[in-house]
Design a protein around this ligand. Sequence first.
Ligand SMILES: [Zn+2]
Length: 66
Amino acid sequence: MTDRIFDCFVCLKPRRRGVMVAGRFLCDRCQQEMVDSRPGVPRYELFLRRTAAFWRSLKEAAAAKE
Ligand SMILES: [Zn+2]
């Protein structure tokens, strides 16, 4: 939890409430929607795409340090 406003890496909107995940900000709303999302839910595809890009960027950052 933080008092600062960050751009959520899923919805890309500035949010005050959320958690930091490996240096990226995930807002409370997306965190909850991610938990509730499943195939067939319209936002599920979006979450998959954004989280895939997120993990890929982490992997690239780790590779760059080697
Ligand atoms: Zn969000």
